[in-house]
Design a protein around this ligand. Sequence first.
Ligand code: JF5
Length: 230
Amino acid sequence: MRITIVTMFPEFFASPLGVSIVGRAMDAGLVDIDVLDLRAHGLGRHRQLDDAPFGGGPGMVMMVEPLAAALDPLQGTHRVLLGPAGAPVTQATLDRWAALDALTLVCGRFEGVDQRVADHLVEEEASLGDFVLAGGEAAALAIVEGVVRLVPGVVGNPQSIESESFRGGLLEEPHYTRPAEFRGWGVPEILLSGDHGRVEEWRREMRIERTRERRPDLADDGFAQGADGG
Ligand code: JF5
């Protein structure tokens, strides 16, 4: 799989892409990540990337020409503009993107991006959530990590991906390891019982209870689909 990141700040990505799962996936040749410097397509002597908004108002808007110059050669890849106005990214979105041969992430900046980029130069617009970042770069990093770990061969034990939070629309159950008591804080007795059937039943109940309590929005979908396996 090839992931291309289009950004005004290529140096943002150097260190995080080198470590952990993403770094290992790149070393193993399972993914190729290309960081393209938008400044290379800037206009004029100052390689300008932004301009004042038509109609007035505060801040600057990223211009369409540099983005077109960067994104035209990436036609045929799935190009995604990152910004708070996009559709929310979920685990299902990452599943879909991880199955692609080529994904392009476009990092928005400033107060916005000329609307013609979203309308004509990308396949979709996506957001990490209802909050505003200084730029799409941190969102791109999060998406790269979420996508890369879904690429076959990247994560050693595929079962850990099948059972994790959001597969089946439920949060994960709580986990415990040794010691069985720490500062007087115990561990649910059932986990020490050795009764595998009752342990699995308890885990399923905990997933449902947690999801009801913390994410009733997820519970709507997950329970309706019977995705907890029961
Ligand atoms: C951005 C215009 C991009 O704030 C974000 C963001 C939030 N969730 N996902 C991305 O990106 C920065 C700000 C303004 C375009």
